[in-house]
Design a binder for this molecule. Structure first.
Ligand code: AMP
Length: 424
């Protein structure tokens, strides 16, 4: 099955080819036809499944017909990074269409956005707060919007955006097409969908469990030895690009600082940084200048860096859904990835829930005599099925030789004497 079947405009098809998309992903296969028919769609899809193109392509197709010069499609997303990413996807897939798009989010000067909106755009990719600012100032006109997309709706709910979204929706024509995408379907999103969608086509791709292409491993650890465990894993595991999650902004900053001092090529992404700094971190991580990025959930939500080989949950996420989202940063677009999660005594409740979700895919690692499997449910620890993780690093491109030389911590509590425990 190829993209030809959708009978997209030749200018859009040319961009699909340039993007290197050969066959549609399952979410694209299922959602592009009904969206092109003008139906409302509720899509439950995991991150990294190609859902951006699933709504961007039909929107571009629709906008090729009809007048230009006013806002006809509005995409609302929870974070600046996701909003920017969607804007980039529109630019990439719509390059030859001459359709204009703008990304609208806070943390940057509003005047540039006002100027951009004055020059007339057909598509807006926005975060709710700043979009409301523009509505209040009268600098955006949404009265002719034909398509509304709510992306990562569950996260908009988590972040308290639903009231803002309802205010924005009041500014839109009642007669419109509405598409809602979410990785999970909590009750509040179901209610929102009931209110906003008319006779929607329901599409569910996979279950709300982490993508199949990811291997999951739990490491038992004590809070004060996490940093040593992290360095040990970074040194001994064959990794391309690593995203490390912490629970708070200050921990993201401090973990990044500690790694930096030890000579690792690391950056951080969290809400205390200016938008410019956030973009620099993300760009540096994306183009490989930084092999490691330490981030909080909010900051890393929705980011699309295709080559992330490992996600490390330095701090356990708050919920199983949050785990799904973090892990969705790796194993994207059919690549494989590894997810390592540090589990302290406090995290055992959630570890148990995750074990149920992950089932057979979960592997346990013993560290310094600690075995998580015994703590969770006395299940025997399993051998690593992907073969490579846990082995000493063969020097693949994670660190420059100099950085590696500098990266040896002075004191190591997880030293070579423990290696047998790592190298199953
Ligand atoms: P998304 O889930 O929209 O964030 O997409 C994840 C990644 O998959 C992005 O890097 C897309 O460019 C890529 N992608 C989307 N659709 C396809 C496709 N049909 N073939 C290959 N890659 C794709």
């Amino acid at each position: 099955m190829s993209f030809e079947k959708f009978e997209l405009h030749a200018k859009i098809m040319a961009c699909v080819q340039t993007a290197g998309y050969k066959v549609p992903t399952p979410i694209q296969l299922e959602s592009i036809p009904p969206i092109m028919e003008g139906r409302d769609v509720m899509g439950i899809a995991q991150t990294g499944t190609g859902k951006t193109a699933a709504f961007v392509l039909p929107i571009l197709q629709r906008l090729m017909q009809g007048s230009r010069g006013y806002v006809r499609a509005l995409i609302i997303a929870p974070t600046r990074e996701l909003s920017e990413q969607t804007h980039n996807a529109i630019r990439q897939l719509g390059r030859r269409t001459n359709l204009r798009s703008a990304s609208i989010y806070g943390g940057v000067n509003i005047n540039g956005q006002i100027n951009k909106l004055r020059r007339n755009v057909e598509i807006i990719s926005a975060c709710p707060g700043r979009l409301l600012d523009h509505i209040v100032r009268g600098t955006v006109d949404l009265s002719k919007v034909e398509v509304l997309v709510l992306d990562e709706a569950d996260h908009m709910f988590d972040m308290g955006f639903l009231p803002d979204i309802r205010k924005i929706v009041k500014r839109l024509p009642a007669k419109r097409q509405t598409l809602l995408f979410s990785a999970t379907m909590p009750e509040d999103i179901r209610l929102l969908a009931n209110d906003l969608l008319i006779n929607p086509v329901n599409i569910k791709i996979g279950h709300t469990v982490p993508v199949e292409t990811v291997t999951h491993r739990f490491y038992p650890v004590q809070m004060d030895t996490k940093i040593n465990l992290l360095k040990d894993i970074l040194d001994k595991t064959d990794m391309d690009s690593v995203l490390v999650f912490t629970r708070t902004k200050s921990r993201a900053k401090s973990v990044a600082l500690q790694l930096d001092k030890s000579g690792y090529k690391v950056t951080s992404l969290h809400g205390n940084l200016t938008q410019q700094k956030r973009q620099q971190s993300l760009d540096g991580f994306r183009d490989g200048r930084y092999a490691i990025m330490v981030a909080t959930d909010i900051a890393a939500r929705g980011i699309d860096v295709t080559r992330i080989s490992h996600v490390i949950n330095y701090d356990m996420p708050e919920t199983t859904d949050a785990y799904t989202h973090r892990i969705g940063r790796t194993g994207r677009a059919d690549k494989t990835g590894d997810a390592f999660t540090f589990v302290t005594g406090e995290d055992l409740g959630l570890a148990h829930s995750l074990k149920k979700v992950l089932g057979e895919k979960l592997e346990y690692q013993s560290v310094d005599g600690l075995t998580i499997s015994m703590l969770i449910d006395r299940a025997p620890s399993r051998r690593n099925s992907r073969g490579n993780g846990g082995k000493p690093n063969n020097g693949r491109k994670l660190f420059s030789p100099q950085a590696r030389a500098n990266s040896r911590p002075k004191q190591r509590s997880f030293d070579s004497s423990n290696r047998s425990q790592w190298a199953h």
